[in-house]
Design a protein around this ligand. Structure first.
Ligand SMILES: CC(C)(COP(=O)(O)OP(=O)(O)OC[C@H]1O[C@@H](n2cnc3c(N)ncnc32)[C@H](O)[C@@H]1OP(=O)(O)O)[C@@H](O)C(=O)NCCC(=O)NCCS
Length: 151
């Protein structure tokens, strides 16, 4: 599969509007994504195969910390390495932005996502109890980028 990563454009956002619910998960609305893309401290990317959007992800930088805001792969394209490519790209970008740590939170029952983050050496540093729907705990994970800054 020939996966290409590029910065999300207004045109990409327009395309995502029509396919977001059907092709991706519903945990983020189009309006939230649009607001995020407009933030000056946000950086969003898309993964494309044959010019079709098959995944997207974004970060937000606050001081020397970068938050992973979202990462999602099209439902029928999972387990082909798309999220890995997106995450690698965002880690590289965060290093270029001078961030010293990347932080995220994930539902503790979301095993595909936990596996992805563990693959990239994110460490569990905290728990927000009953954070999702008042039921599931959120795991807070961080990746130290300082060690990668000078490589
Ligand atoms: C989590 C998600 C982004 C992973 O996307 P993906 O494109 O399938 O990920 P990759 O193919 O790059 O796989 C990354 C690693 O996770 C593993 N993985 C993927 N799906 C898995 C599953 N269902 N169970 C266990 N491991 C899984 C892969 O094997 C791979 O590890 P490996 O290289 O050691 O084999 C995708 O499942 C998704 O979009 N989920 C819904 C949105 C979501 O929950 N996002 C995270 C919010 S915190």
């Amino acid at each position: 599969m020939n996966i290409k990563i590029s910065q999300m454009t207004e045109k990409d956002l327009g395309i995502l509007k029509d396919i977001l619910i059907e092709n991706f998960d519903e945990f983020w609305s189009f309006n939230t994504l649009k607001e995020e893309l407009a933030c000056t401290n946000s950086y969003y990317i898309v993964a494309k195969v044959n010019n079709n959007i098959v995944g997207f992800a974004g970060i937000k930088k606050i001081l020397d910390e970068v938050d992973l805001m979202n990462i999602v792969t099209q439902k029928n394209k999972r387990n082909f390495g798309i999220a890995s490519m997106l995450l690698e790209n965002l880690i590289d970008k965060s290093i270029k932005l001078g961030a010293s740590v990347m932080t995220l939170e994930v539902d503790e029952t979301n095993f595909p996502a936990l596996h992805l983050y563990e693959k990239y050496n994110f460490k569990k540093v905290g728990l927000r109890k009953k954070y999702y729907n008042g039921i599931n705990n959120a795991v807070i994970m961080t990746k130290d980028l300082k060690v990668l800054q000078n490589n």
